[in-house]
Design a protein. Structure first.
Length: 202
């Protein structure tokens, strides 16, 4: 058994993984074709400031003045060991290989590019079961879900701005609610640019 964790992400009901390997300085591709990127050890400021929280509240159609209080206070978190994180969310094709079922809307499985769409309508228990079944199928690695800190650390990738690129918002870098007339899951993976940690999300 390798010693570094392989992590999946659970984002907007889409699943992205962590794997454990003995070498943390190389990206890996597992037995079913999933790519994992190395996230180095380090530290970051987790959570949001009061100013950031107020900005989000000000943008709400119906302001919720208690929103995101669980993201405070912002605090330093140390990630003491490198880990391997799935480059993208788990796709429907990957899910089907491991779990042999088709969760989510039927039309997503009828899409021309159904295999590359992120799997959706996944509960935490389903995601955990996926990591367990994949660990049996591919015993070279030990798979698990990331902690909230691991995921935020990888998503921020050293940035401190409002967006993952640390630059003003660019509509070409992500789907955003007010712009998109179609479900997020209707975008094949990988559609969007990777962040500074080489992680992509639809």
């Amino acid at each position: 058994m390798n010693a570094l964790p392989v992590i999946f992400r659970l984002v907007a009901m889409s699943l992205l993984l962590i794997a454990t390997s003995s070498v943390a300085d190389n990206n890996v591709t597992n037995a079913i074709g999933m790519t994992f990127v190395t996230i180095p050890a380090g530290h970051f400021q987790m959570g949001i400031t009061e100013a950031e929280r107020q900005t989000v509240i000000d943008e709400m159609e119906k302001p919720d003045f208690d929103a995101f209080k669980d993201e405070q206070p912002q605090h330093n978190v140390i990630i003491s060991k490198a880990f391997l994180l799935g480059e993208t969310e788990v796709t429907q094709g990957q899910w089907l290989k491991v779990m042999e079922n088709k969760p989510g809307p039927k039309e997503y499985w009828q899409h021309d590019e159904w295999e590359t769409l992120p799997v959706v309508s996944i509960s935490w228990n389903m995601a955990k079961r996926f990591t367990e079944e994949l660990s049996k199928m591919d015993p070279k690695y030990n798979y698990r879900l990331p902690t909230e800190a691991e995921w935020e650390y990888a998503a921020r990738a050293g940035t401190k701005g409002d967006y993952w690129s640390d630059a003003p918002f660019n509509p070409g870098q992500a789907i955003y609610t007010s712009d998109s007339s179609k479900p997020v899951a209707a975008e094949p993976i990988p559609t969007w640019p990777a962040n500074k940690a080489s992680v992509r999300a639809s």
